[in-house]
Design a protein around this ligand. Sequence first.
Ligand code: MN
Length: 294
Amino acid sequence: MLRFNDVADRILEYSPACDLALLQRAYVFSAKVHEGQERLSGEPYLVHPLEVAGILVDLRMDEVTVTAGLLHDTIEDTLTNEEEIRRLFGEPVAFLVAGLTKIAKIEFTSARERQAENFRKMLLAMSKDIRILLIKLADRLHNMRTLQYMPEDARRRVAQETLDIYAPFAHRLGINWMKQELEDLAFRVLKPGVVEELEERLQSQRKAREVYIEEVIGILSKRLADADLQCEVTGRLKDLFSIHAKMESQGLSLDEIYDVIAFRIVIDGLANDVYLGLGIIHSIWRPVPARVKD
Ligand code: MN
């Protein structure tokens, strides 16, 4: 279980001058007002704001945002109010916590038009201060990580909402690891059978694919280096959700999906160096017509 000291140690790594006393006070206050409350997992409620703060630290957020993360459910779920938060923790923290409370009051339903409307309201809240949305995303991520404790119908509703609203927001903000984790967790809830089948099939070829990735990285690195290009080559197996999304959207079977593997080549140089690199790659593997985008 994450402890306050872990959060404190990690924020100090990227923000040595941060106001630890503020964080400490928020932690103690959150513990006090949530006392006696439990998560569906049976754990003390405090675990949740602490994990949310931990995710915000993963995102290297500032002390005000992490403090607001520790307090994010206090106005909504405890006897405290915005005034008290403002008095104890100052305006910047109170602004964020109050903003989150307003988002929490937006009622999400599965109906398409309600979603579009809610989407706009979220955007509106976001445009006031992007940090509100980041805390909301951290909140949703921890809720998704602990979704197994919810009843089945609620679990499906939350997972669908995550796919429709939160994963696209994470994508838009460029937080790819979070987008992928949200999609993966939601996908497992919504289509457990498909996930199981895909995992089984991908698993059986996993080792061979990993060997293949290493081989290709070796070839690319050597050939690009031979041409005196400064480059960095990485490769990965694509995540389940994006493979499935492609199968669905293009009506393909797993065997017909080319890109269960992806490579990324970053070339340090001018445009002509990049085109030179692209030319070298195309001389090793013939490009598929109409699939090459400049
Ligand atoms: Mn929460």
